[in-house]
Design a protein around this ligand. Structure first.
Ligand code: ADP
Ligand code: MG
Length: 213
């Protein structure tokens, strides 16, 4: 596969919604250890609103579709994660533009814009034990794979593996951003909930691109 179509992007978002719903309890457990136990509920509420909205009409292009995703997350999720994920999807959409298919390198640029949007909004740095610690390695893997001209199925698999490794690497970290930072050293020894949901996001993308379940 060399291009991502609007339908693949819609499939990505739908699969992410299903993954969040399936993993709601786990995300809540992670957030109960170092936060306020609402990340599962926040993401499930936001993504079920997104999936419902997408079901009411097909978007013609990728920008339009991701704008619906981003705006819905910003307006339906109260926690920090809503505006951060919302910003991500809005920026990725704007980076792709009003087209119905996008190639791997252009999508890499769009993912990078999404990541930059999260940094601009949340001011986190790598190693602060946030969603960024899963997102940044995934975007880097996407950039590296597409610059070498790898097939998108392979690129997406590598990005998902990088996100999962990034999630796991948050375990020993001390949180420096968000609610978990209030715990100081006691935040070490737990996975970051936002990094966990970001790993689900890239897993869903890989599954949508490879067309398997
Ligand atoms: P809240 O913290 O408001 O309860 P959630 O529980 O839904 O919101 O989301 C928490 C997650 O948000 C954290 O695990 C972390 O990954 C992410 N997060 C929090 N603050 C920031 C930030 N400033 N930058 C990036 N990610 C952040
Ligand atoms: Mg929370």
């Amino acid at each position: 596969m060399a291009q991502l179509q609007t339908a693949t992007v819609q499939d990505w978002i739908t699969r992410f919604g299903a993954a969040v719903a399936e993993n709601r309890e786990w995300l809540t457990e992670l957030d109960s250890a170092i936060g306020d136990a609402d990340h599962g509920a926040n993401m499930a509420r936001g993504m079920s609103a997104v999936v419902e909205k997408l079901g009411t009409g097909a978007s013609e292009n990728i920008d339009e579709l991701l704008k619906v995703v981003g705006m819905t997350l910003v307006s339906s999720v109260g926690g920090a994660s809503g505006p951060l994920y919302g910003t991500f999807f809005l920026r990725v959409g704007a980076g792709v533009g009003a087209v119905s298919e996008v190639d791997g390198p252009t999508f890499a640029t769009a993912l990078r814009a999404g990541l930059d949007g999260i940094v601009a909004r949340g001011k986190a740095e790598l190693g602060d034990k946030t969603m960024l610690d899963a997102l940044a390695p995934a975007v880097e893997a996407w950039e590296a794979g597409t610059s070498e001209g790898a097939d998108l199925v392979e690129v997406a698999r590598a990005a998902a593996a990088a996100a999962t490794a990034g999630r796991d690497a948050t375990l020993p970290l001390i949180a420096r951003k968000g609610r978990a930072s209030y715990l100081g050293e006691r935040s070490a020894g737990h996975l970051d909930p936002g990094a966990a949901s970001t790993a689900l996001l890239f897993d869903a993308l890989s599954t949508a691109i490879s067309g398997t379940s």
